[in-house]
Design a protein around this ligand. Structure first.
Ligand SMILES: NC(=O)c1ccc[n+]([C@@H]2O[C@H](COP(=O)([O-])OP(=O)(O)OC[C@H]3O[C@@H](n4cnc5c(N)ncnc54)[C@H](OP(=O)(O)O)[C@@H]3O)[C@@H](O)[C@H]2O)c1
Length: 223
């Protein structure tokens, strides 16, 4: 099934947490990392998040830099990448940032069991029975002309995409922080895999940021 190039980007602490146990979207990225993420966002056709991240945090998912937006337009792309969610339901307040940010395509994939989900200004696509069929959703994005998408978590969505072999690249900002907490989310949550089924990554490209954080860039070995 055709699909766009898929890269996962997360900000994590040294102990591998992508949020604290409170799950309220604790800040992990430094200013330098926000600039890196802005460049990454400007390089993709769409930005995808999972249902819990969408409803708990109402993320912006926008390119902040006007220069980067102007460069997108000069390349013939919309100023902003599409904002995309994979959710089992859609109960966002009308003033949600996901719905009301700078002009962009807003797309939500829901399972058929949650059919008849409609929202003005949002393209809602049903795919999969009780959970969104991620391969089908990506194929749909490909049919919409998207060649490169970025996934910004959370851990459950990341794990499902990795488990299904639908990810090409993983980028991680490793902040010099420790959150701890057995229930704090990580890059890949969900059911997990046994050792023999572990997902293999390439040797990383490593960049040290002025704030002491590391940026690690891995390619996923598609076995
Ligand atoms: N530091 C970072 O870079 C970063 C980035 C993003 C998020 N986060 C953190 O991650 C946490 C949220 O992550 P999360 O794991 O709880 O949730 P999530 O991955 O954001 O969303 C998962 C939810 O998406 C829905 N879904 C529907 N079909 C699915 C499918 N095929 N596969 C996977 N999910 C599907 C399900 O919703 P239902 O449960 O309704 O069925 C599922 O529970 C928050 O604490 C947030 O702050 C951190």
């Amino acid at each position: 099934m055709p699909r766009p190039y898929v890269l996962i980007n997360v900000a994590a602490t040294v102990d591998g947490k992508i949020d604290t146990r409170d799950r309220r979207g604790a800040r992990i990225s430094s200013e330098a990392d926000f600039e890196r993420v802005d460049r990454l966002r400007a390089s993709v056709d769409g930005i995808v998040v999972g249902g819990r991240t969408l409803h708990q945090e109402d993320p912006r998912l926008t390119v902040r830099s006007e220069t980067l937006c102007a460069e997108r337009v000069a390349r013939g792309q919309p100023a902003q990448p599409a904002r995309i969610a994979v959710a089992s339901h859609l109960t966002l307040p009308p003033d949600a940032r996901f719905l009301n940010g700078p002009a962009a395509r807003v797309i939500v994939f829901v399972p058929r069991s949650r059919g008849n989900t409609t929202l003005e200004t949002v393209e809602v696509y049903e795919c999969g029975a009780d959970r969104v069929d991620l391969a089908q959703a990506l194929a749909h994005l490909s049919n919409l002309g998207m060649r490169r998408v970025m996934v910004e978590g959370g851990g459950t969505l990341n794990f499902e995409l990795l488990r299904l072999g639908l990810v090409d690249e993983v980028q991680m900002y490793l902040a010099p922080l420790v959150f701890g907490g057995a229930s704090a989310p990580t890059l890949a949550d969900g059911e997990g895999l046994g050792r023999e089924a572990a997902i293999r990554l390439s040797a990383p490209e490593v960049q040290t940021l002025p704030d002491g954080g590391l940026v690690l860039r891995y390619m996923v070995n598609q076995s």
